[in-house]
Ligand binder design. Structure first.
Ligand SMILES: [Zn+2]
Length: 275
């Protein structure tokens, strides 16, 4: 086998995702835009801040985020600066948020976003041990590459900066399907959608990125889990067969074309035969 590359569901090679921080009342129009344009987003909530200031309250959070377009992720119980407080305090803030959100939504909460973008090696380890599968930073990487380290997932760009518009055009025009799948990841706080980047511009952005057959629209966790499943595939030494030990169907590009490897199956890549 000369080459194996990651493809997203349906054999697509592009994915788009978003995330919005702090669990704000102003997230409501964003959820509406996701529903209107068939986009998905991750909302990073501080459950200790419910009802405080501009934050949603508990009932509102369930009503707003409990649907197929939203992933609920943690942003720390009280949005504490994890790298600058004692590790046990940081641990409490992270675990308490996960407990509360999982009890409220009845779903696993496996995503975390570092408050203030602040973290250390200890914080990364702690978050991993607390059961989170990925953590987003606040560092815009301006690229579409998949993260090397799930606990330092650098988004592509803040949605409101001029570079995001250029990246959007570049992403839509990108058609090098013989390379590994690419991800366009934008983020923001919805309270920012006022002056320099008002809601009308946000809607234009959503409209432009939506409805493309070659893009997979997914939450952060869906992308993380899919890529992990891809990386779990087991190949025959001669590259002719591949086994998918996960519960997620995975698409790959290989010498034999684009192939779907069903969950739990061993596939002969030459014939497509499943065992
Ligand atoms: Zn925040």
């Amino acid at each position: 086998m000369r080459k194996i590359i990651l493809k997203f569901p349906g054999g697509r090679y592009k994915a788009f995702t978003m995330s919005f921080d702090d669990g704000l009342k102003s997230d409501r129009p964003m959820v509406e835009l996701c529903k209107k344009y068939g986009l998905k987003a991750t909302f990073n909530i501080c459950s200790g801040n419910f009802g405080r200031g501009d934050c949603v309250d508990e009932d509102e959070a369930v009503e707003l985020y409990d649907n197929e377009y939203c992933e609920v992720a943690s942003h720390g119980y009280e949005h504490r600066c994890l790298g600058k407080i004692p590790v046990p305090d940081a641990m409490m803030d992270v675990v308490q948020d996960r407990i509360k959100l999982e009890q409220m939504f009845g779903k696993l909460v496996h995503g975390h976003i570092y408050p203030y973008g602040n973290y250390t090696d200890d914080v990364k380890t702690m978050v991993r041990l607390a059961g989170f599968e990925y953590c987003r930073t606040a560092v815009d990487c301006q690229s579409f590459l998949l993260p090397k380290d799930w606990y330092e997932w650098n988004p592509t760009s803040h949605i409101g900066v001029p570079a995001a518009q250029e990246l959007l055009d570049k992403f839509l025009a990108y058609n090098e399907s013989y390379y590994e799948g690419v991800v366009f990841y934008v983020w923001a706080h919805t309270y920012e959608f006022k002056n320099f980047f008002p809601w009308e511009r946000v809607e234009e952005f959503c409209k432009k990125i939506s409805g493309h057959d070659d893009i997979w629209y997914a939450t952060n966790l869906e992308i993380c889990r899919y890529v992990k499943a891809y990386r779990s595939l087991e190949y025959f030494a001669d590259g002719t067969h591949v086994y998918n030990p996960t519960q997620i169907d995975v698409w790959i590009g290989c010498d034999y074309g684009t192939k779907m490897i069903p969950a739990g199956k061993l596939i002969d890549l030459r014939t497509g035969e499943a065992k």
